[in-house]
Design a protein around this ligand. Structure first.
Ligand SMILES: C[S@@+](CC[C@H](N)C(=O)[O-])C[C@H]1O[C@@H](n2cnc3c(N)ncnc32)[C@H](O)[C@@H]1O
Length: 337
């Protein structure tokens, strides 16, 4: 009997981690709109190739790979159907992942990652020649896709935090870097008393759906602004949803200082609330992979409670409490007394 190699299991585990093919199969299904063109009652692979103008044999092989990922099912008569997971790759499914999975620039950005770890600029900048938010500003379609993803993410990630967040919100809320209003919408739907001012870069504010103001008359406005240079005062609560993890400590401290000064000028009770991941201090934590995404894409970082406390202190803020809800937490800060 051959003696089993004790590292065989680990070898297979690492080979699984190395495999990028599953994510590329989902990318191809989304970007080529394969999932969008599979009708509810199914379609044969050859007909699908014709509808999409794709190479028949290559598409058939892609479909077989997708079947292995449980996003497509092929029956004995060769009819292709979407599985429940596969419906999430269609553009018309609420909470669709199509926009996110079609974005190849995030994937190709990982190429020079080792150089980033060695002390270079964010991998995205090395790969594409511009910082991620600048490159989105130059490409209207990419900006729209990114914010479609952000809106969906906001609904998924902030909903479990909402009851705790609303407890810490005064009536006048600033949604700083609020994107196209996913979080603003949740706040206004969650509490009738809340009025929201959303600020973001001018191109992004242009994408905020008009129906947000119509649905909440007199309670919502969106204004262009650069949070790195100014934060508007006059709000009881300054909410930063997934903002500071995009930035290294020096820039994040500058943005937070702007918020602290605006809060101090507004009222003695004004607070700043960060919706962010709070990493475990030690040991394995799956959210450490999100920290790698930040290092690679923006040059930012995910932070532990001690790191949030330190950043807040630099900006003249005390950490009052941390509320947990799902993957994210609400880190509640107030100007030092
Ligand atoms: C990760 S997204 C978060 C969006 C939103 N808060 C959410 O949670 O869905 C970061 C946001 O910061 C905005 N942003 C980046 N740089 C900015 C700046 N200098 N001033 C204002 N907003 C900025 C981006 O346009 C984007 O909407």
């Amino acid at each position: 009997m051959p003696v089993p190699d004790p590292l065989d299991h680990e070898r297979r585990r690492l080979a699984g981690l190395f495999d990028i093919a599953p994510s590329r199969v989902l990318y191809a299904l989304c970007t080529l709109r394969v999932a969008d063109r599979v009708p509810r009652d199914g379609i044969r692979a050859g007909d699908l190739a014709e509808v999409l103008g794709l190479h028949r044999d290559r598409l058939t092989r892609l479909i077989r790979a997708a079947e292995t990922l449980d996003v497509l099912h092929v029956d004995a008569g060769d009819t292709v159907r979407l599985t429940p997971a596969g419906t999430l790759l269609r553009s018309d499914t609420p909470g669709s992942l199509r926009a996110e999975f079609s974005d190849n620039s995030l994937f190709t950005a990982w190429g020079p990652f080792a150089e980033t770890v060695s002390g270079g600029r964010p991998s995205y900048e090395l790969a594409h020649g511009t910082a991620i938010f600048d490159s989105l500003g130059d490409d209207r379609e990419a900006l729209r896709t990114f914010h479609e993803h952000m809106r969906m993410r906001a609904h998924q990630l902030y909903r479990p935090l909402l009851p705790a967040l609303l407890r810490h919100c005064g009536p006048r809320v600033l949604d700083l870097g609020g994107g196209t209003g996913g979080l603003s919408e949740l706040l206004m739907a969650g509490d009738d008393r809340i009025q929201v001012t959303l600020t973001d870069l001018p191109d992004v504010v242009g994408l905020v759906p008009k129906e947000l103001s119509r649905r909440h008359p007199g309670r919502f406005r969106a204004e262009p602004g650069d949070m790195r240079t100014s934060v508007p005062e006059g709000h009881d609560t300054y909410v930063l949803g997934s903002i500071l993890h995009d930035w290294p400590d020096d820039v994040a401290a500058g943005i937070l200082t702007g918020c602290a000064e605006a809060a101090r000028r507004t009222s003695a009770d004004a607070t700043v609330v960060l919706l962010e991941r709070v990493l475990d201090d030690a040991g394995p934590d799956p959210r450490r992979m999100d920290d790698m995404w930040m290092m690679a894409m923006t040059g930012g970082r995910e932070r532990t409670r001690a790191e949030w406390t330190g950043l807040a202190a630099v900006a003249g803020l005390d950490l009052r409490t941390v509320e947990h809800g799902g993957e994210l937490s609400a880190v509640v800060l107030a100007p030092k007394g």
